[in-house]
Design a protein around this ligand. Structure first.
Ligand SMILES: *[C@@H]1O[C@H](CO)[C@@H](O)[C@H](O)[C@H]1NC(C)=O
Ligand SMILES: *[C@@H]1O[C@H](CO)[C@@H](O)[C@H](O)[C@H]1NC(C)=O
Ligand SMILES: *[C@@H]1O[C@H](CO)[C@@H](O)[C@H](O)[C@H]1NC(C)=O
Ligand SMILES: *[C@@H]1O[C@H](CO)[C@@H](O)[C@H](O)[C@H]1NC(C)=O
Ligand SMILES: *[C@@H]1O[C@H](CO)[C@@H](O)[C@H](O)[C@H]1NC(C)=O
Ligand SMILES: *[C@@H]1O[C@H](CO)[C@@H](O)[C@H](O)[C@H]1NC(C)=O
Ligand SMILES: *[C@@H]1O[C@H](CO)[C@@H](O)[C@H](O)[C@H]1NC(C)=O
Ligand SMILES: *[C@@H]1O[C@H](CO)[C@@H](O)[C@H](O)[C@H]1NC(C)=O
Ligand SMILES: *[C@@H]1O[C@H](CO)[C@@H](O)[C@H](O)[C@H]1NC(C)=O
Ligand SMILES: *[C@@H]1O[C@H](CO)[C@@H](O)[C@H](O)[C@H]1NC(C)=O
Ligand SMILES: *[C@@H]1O[C@H](CO)[C@@H](O)[C@H](O)[C@H]1NC(C)=O
Ligand SMILES: *[C@@H]1O[C@H](CO)[C@@H](O)[C@H](O)[C@H]1NC(C)=O
Length: 417
């Protein structure tokens, strides 16, 4: 009703017909909806333009006095309300104006891939209409201020990755965002702890990417409450401590990766088996120790298993043969020992990379390996393996990297096919 009333008023104004012609005007309006954005929205966009030092040519279409719904990068609803500002990779420089927060119907804001600097206005984070906010790949270089507690907003997707944000990562801000589905804050310079309370307030969180920052402290147990979390990446930080038991209650996880941190401790088998949806497990370049549990065999969907550059010991569990979807197995540079023949590699037809470099494996190269016809990279060097290669290695048509030497560094030979 309100929409009709609104366009009605506009039409009367435009057509200069007094209200007695209401029915007629209504018909005209329905036949050809004439709607332009309001003066307020027009002004908010012009203010945004004014705060840019490089506008990438926007000024050519963003002219005062013309309908802003027709401007480059602007999308409106039928009634003339601006719903989207989509200006990715337009060569924009300068600041993001808080005036965009005035656009009461703005749902999508995409300023990715420009050279914007300064901060991200809180007005955008706390907007009562924005659901998707992408400012990735810019030069935003302030701290991301904490939002004062307010009513929950509709924000679902926040991509602030690949900027120059520094300082403490907000912790209480997330309490006002109960609709969050994805946060990508990777590739910045955030410091401090990973916030504990993401999911008590954002129960829908499915993606959390905090890679390539300077987070320290331990992995907060609270993340175990994230029952919808599918992807959690926190690699290339300064995290320490052990993996909290609670984390393994986030059973929707498909992708869990924490490479390049200072994490340590054993990886509990029954815990791991809880994460039965895991497709990628990347714990490389940490200080994990202990054995690779038999329970790994219960991760039937596992495609990538990275535990290289840790302090793992013991044998490879034969149950690894049960992870029949494996594509990458990287266990290089650990203290693993025992015979490789324990694993039936013929159960792993998709295996492309097997890197066991720098361990203490003994025995021979397992025959079953020759049935992994998709193998492209095989590195077994710097172990205590002996014996000869079978002629069946000819089955491995795609093999382009093969390293088998026993001494440190190995003898890598490139094989052309
Ligand atoms: C746009 O035009 C209106 C009306 O002519 C005027 O009041 C307003 O100040 C102008 N805005 C800018 C940013 O020039
Ligand atoms: C923003 O635009 C870029 C470039 O078109 C696109 O790759 C990206 O997916 C968009 N962001 C969102 C959240 O849709
Ligand atoms: C942010 O970047 C701008 C433009 O490069 C620079 O002038 C400003 O000093 C930087 N601010 C901070 C806090 O680093
Ligand atoms: C930013 O992240 C969102 C959510 O993951 C994604 O949809 C969007 O494509 C990303 N933007 C770019 C430029 O990759
Ligand atoms: C997050 O954004 C970065 C680019 O800034 C991208 O490389 C990465 O894949 C994104 N993470 C996810 C989970 O999509
Ligand atoms: C990190 O951000 C820089 C600057 O935007 C970009 O050049 C680089 O590709 C990004 N790295 C990743 C891993 O996304
Ligand atoms: C890494 O974290 C430890 C505490 O866990 C801290 O002492 C150290 O200064 C941090 N290093 C960097 C480079 O932030
Ligand atoms: C995991 O969740 C179950 C049931 O939701 C709960 O009983 C258990 O205490 C949780 N475990 C941890 C370590 O949080
Ligand atoms: C692993 O632990 C050792 C001994 O405690 C320590 O010297 C080393 O710095 C740690 N490595 C990492 C990547 O945290
Ligand atoms: C590696 O693990 C062994 C036990 O398996 C332990 O004695 C040793 O201290 C660990 N080394 C490091 C550097 O953590
Ligand atoms: C593989 O799984 C099957 C059934 O799920 C089980 O009976 C068998 O013991 C497992 N094999 C190994 C080596 O764990
Ligand atoms: C090998 O890889 C191809 C494509 O990468 C895939 O379709 C196929 O299922 C894989 N497995 C075998 C046994 O060929």
């Amino acid at each position: 009703m309100q929409t009709l009333h609104f366009s009605n008023k506009k039409c009367s104004k435009i057509l200069g017909i007094p209200s007695f012609g209401l029915t007629l005007v209504l018909l005209v309006c329905l036949a050809s909806p004439i709607s332009s954005c309001t003066e307020q929205e027009n002004g908010a966009l012009l203010q945004f333009l004014a705060e840019l030092s490089q506008d990438g040519g926007l000024a050519a279409s963003w002219r005062n006095g013309t309908d802003c719904c027709k401007w480059e990068g602007i999308t409106c609803r039928q009634d003339g309300t601006v719903t989207a500002v989509l200006l990715p990779s337009k060569g924009l420089e300068g600041h993001i104006s808080q005036s965009l927060g005035i656009l009461i119907g703005l749902q999508y804001l995409n300023l990715s891939g420009n050279s914007l600097s300064g901060g991200l206005p809180l007005e955008l984070l706390s907007s009562s209409s924005i659901t998707t906010l992408d400012v990735s790949f810019n030069r935003l270089n302030r701290t991301l201020q904490e939002l004062p507690s307010s009513t929950p907003g509709p924000l679902q997707v926040l991509n602030i990755s690949s900027n120059l944000f520094a300082g403490q990562f907000p912790s209480t801000t997330w309490k006002t965002m109960e609709n969050l589905i994805a946060i990508n804050a990777s590739n910045n310079s955030f410091t401090g702890q990973i916030p504990t309370q993401f999911c008590s307030t954002s129960p829908s969180l499915a993606l959390l990417d905090l890679c390539f920052n300077k987070f320290s402290g331990s992995i907060p147990p609270g993340l175990g409450d994230c029952s919808k979390l599918r992807e959690f990446r926190a690699g290339y930080n300064n995290l320490s401590g052990t993996l909290p038991d609670e984390l393994f209650n986030a059973t929707s996880l498909e992708h869990l990766s924490f490479p390049n941190n200072g994490l340590h401790g054993a990886i509990d088998g029954t815990n791991i088996a809880n994460l039965r949806n895991l497709v990628v497990l990347d714990l490389g370049r940490n200080n994990f120790s202990g054995k690779i549990s038999d329970y790994i065999g219960q991760l039937k969907r596992l495609e990538e298993f990275h535990l290289g550059n840790n302090n793992m010991s013991g044998e490879l569990p034969s149950s690894l043969s049960n992870c029949t979807n494996l594509i990458i197995v990287d266990l290089k540079s650990n203290n693993l020992s025992g015979e490789l023949t324990k694993v039936n590699f013929s159960n792993l037809p998709n295996l492309k990379t097997l890197d066991l470099w720098l361990n203490s494996f003994t025995g021979t190269v397992p025959e079953s390996l020759y049935s992994c016809s998709n193998l492209t990279a095989l590195r077994l060097s710097s172990n205590n393996l002996h014996g000869q290669l079978s002629s069946r290695i000819g089955n491995l048509k795609y093999l382009s990297f093969l390293s088998l030497g026993t001494t440190s560094g190995g003898s890598a030979c490139q094989r052309m096919t």
